[in-house]
Design a protein around this ligand. Structure first.
Ligand code: PLP
Length: 227
């Protein structure tokens, strides 16, 4: 489906706005805007809006669910071979095969069992994808992610399995000031010498950039409301 003129205009405007704000936040933090990767989160978005972003030259996209991504992205990846697709939602072990086949980065590595299954699958098909460890930075009981205090040990475990761990990802506690959590993530990544930090969404990406985010995941600010 090709984008409608409305999709094109709206996505172009939003993309320009977000990029300008990324540049301003980076400059304020003494960082280079080029060191912040904008991941366009396309869950529940119509394909026309995704196509509009691709036509504008955007290449990093994020999806939450393997099944939803499988419905949209194989064709888009054929049309735009340099598209880079990030898995940012929970991954069940029984979907690991499909996830490794379709995604280019796995950002939600959050438990030993998943690490084992992913390592085996990546070895089987010869696709060693970069992975991020999801950290439950607020130590919230209901939330996915490795506890901050256990992240170092989990990193050693994953590396021992042959996984390529490039960084950490988090979703800070809802409705609270994300700043202390982003700072703590930056400390943790620094202590573990991991280069990539994926944090910051539509409402708080400027704060995340101030704290050193290398990847921000923005949905509604780019694409508008979700279906
Ligand atoms: C949906 C989602 C986002 C984007 O959220 P917005 O508030 O729409 O920018 C970012 N990260 C994760 C993990 C998400 O699930």
């Amino acid at each position: 489906m090709s984008p409608s003129p409305d999709d094109r205009a709206e996505v172009a405007r939003h993309l320009a706005e977000v990029k300008a704000r990324v540049a301003a936040a980076a400059e304020l933090a003494g960082r280079r805007a080029a060191d912040v990767t904008l991941i366009a989160v396309s869950k529940f978005q119509p394909e026309g809006r995704i196509r509009a972003a691709l036509d504008l030259g955007h290449r990093h996209f994020g999806e939450n669910r393997v099944q939803e991504a499988e419905g949209k992205y194989p064709e888009l990846k054929r049309l735009y071979p340099d598209l880079c697709l990030h898995l940012i939602g929970p991954l069940q072990s029984n979907k690991a095969r499909q996830a490794v086949a379709l995604f280019d980065v796995i950002e939600t590595l959050d438990r030993p069992k998943l690490a084992q299954v992913l390592a085996a699958e990546m070895q089987r098909c010869g696709r060693l994808l970069p992975c991020l460890i999801e950290v439950n930075i607020g130590d919230e009981p209901q939330k996915a992610g490795i506890a901050p205090a256990e992240t170092a040990e989990f990193l050693v475990y994953c590396s021992g399995l042959g996984l390529k761990i490039e960084g950490l990802m988090c979703i800070p506690p809802h409705g609270r000031d994300p700043l202390p959590h982003f700072r703590r993530m930056a400390e943790l990544a620094g202590a573990l010498a991991l280069p990539t930090l994926s944090m910051g969404m539509s409402g708080d990406y400027a704060t995340a950039i101030a704290c050193g985010a290398g990847e921000i995941r923005v949905g509604t600010r780019l694409f508008g409301g979700r279906a």
